[in-house]
Design a protein around this ligand. Sequence first.
Ligand SMILES: Nc1ncnc2c1ncn2[C@@H]1O[C@H](COP(=O)(O)OP(=O)(O)OP(=O)(O)O)[C@@H](O)[C@H]1O
Ligand SMILES: [Mg+2]
Length: 184
Amino acid sequence: MLLLSKKYGMMGCCLVRVEKTYDDTVRIWSENPADTEELGVVLGGILQPGDLFFLSGELGSGKTLFVRGLTQGMNSEELATSPTFALVHRYEGPLPLYHLDLYRLSGPEELEPLALEELLEEEAALVIEWGEPAKEVLPSTYMQVEFRRGEAENQRLITFLPSGERYRVINHLLAEELKKQAQR
Ligand SMILES: Nc1ncnc2c1ncn2[C@@H]1O[C@H](COP(=O)(O)OP(=O)(O)OP(=O)(O)O)[C@@H](O)[C@H]1O
Ligand SMILES: [Mg+2]
C-alpha cells in the first residue's frame, strides 16, 4: 500500500513508527506501554463533543492503557483504570469522557438502560471497549481502533480506521500532531 507519510519519531520513551495511507487509515507501532499511553494523550487533545471511538483487540492488548492516556490528554479529573465500574464510567473534565467496557455485557437487553444515543448528544466524547453489540444502536460514523500484538512481548500495532469525514479529519490531525512531536 502506498504511504502518504512514513516516519520515525520519539513518543513516550521510545521510537515509534507511524503510517498514514491513502484511505486515511493511520497505523502506529507501539514498542512499550508508555508509547500507547502517549498516543492516547495526543488524541485526547484532539477530541470534540460527540466523538465516538470503538476499541477492539484481545485481552491485554492495550485498550484501557490508551484510554488512560486519553484522560490525561483531556485533563480529566481522574485517570482511567480497568473498569471497576459496571459498564460505563464518566470522567469529568473540560470535555467529559464516557468510557464503556462491554466485555461483561450478557445480552443486548443490557444496552437499553445505558441510553447510548443520549450519551452521544451530551457535550462529551465516547470510547467503548468490546463495543460490537453497541454498533447496532449508534451512528455508523465512528473511529475503529484495532489493537494487535506484535512479535515482541511489548509491541502493539494500533490501527485507526475512520468511518465518516470527522474521523478522517481526526486521523489527519493525529498524524500531523505526531509528526510535530517527532520534530521536537
Ligand atoms: N506496547 C504496549 N502497549 C500497551 N500495553 C502494553 C504494551 N506492552 C505491554 N503492555 C501491557 O499490556 C497490558 C495492557 O493492558 P490493558 O488493560 O490496557 O489491556 P486491554 O486491551 O484494555 O485488556 P482488556 O480487554 O482485558 O480490557 C498492560 O499490562 C501493559 O503493561
Ligand atoms: Mg480494558
